[in-house]
Structures are given as structure tokens and as C-alpha cells.
Design a protein around this ligand. Sequence first.
Ligand code: SF4
Length: 91
Amino acid sequence: MSAAWVKYAACRRPGIDPELFFPVSESGPAARQVAAAKAICARCPAAADCRAWALRAGEPAGIWGGTTPTERQLLRRARREGTGAGERAAS
Ligand code: SF4
């Protein structure tokens, strides 16, 4: 990926394990991993661009822009249907 926002990505900083952003699921024991990744995304200056990219690309896995795959699915559905339900699910 060569988008300009990538150079501001908090997940690319030294000491951040990229695997943190790819939990095996969104619930159960993986929920703590999801929360840890989202906490980094919440402080990332590239979060809005990252989330927009993941939504456009239909990224099927991982935490991108503070959203899980399920949340992105809800966002895409809400946008198709013209509701704000997906935005609330991702916040
Ligand atoms: S929002 Fe999260 S996944 Fe996206 S670049 Fe920032 S830290 Fe990485």
C-alpha cells in the first residue's frame, strides 16, 4: 500500500506488533486484542483515511481505522441503505 496516510500510521511505529491488528476473531479471548488495537487506532492521525481505505477496498480482515470486519460490514450496509446505524456501531 503506498497511500500518503500510511507514513503517519501509528501501527507502523517501532515497537508495535502488526499482528495485534489481526486477531483471530472479534470476541472471546481475542476481544482484548481487538480493544488493544482499537486503542492505538484511536490515537492514530491516519485513522480516518485508513478507515475510508478499508471501506473502499472491502478489506475483509483485521482492524483498520478502529473498525473490525463486522463493523465495516455494518458501515457499508448502512451507507448503502442511507442510515447512520453503521457509524454508531463503529464508534
Ligand atoms: S487507524 Fe489503526 S490500523 Fe489504521 S493506520 Fe492507524 S493504527 Fe494503523
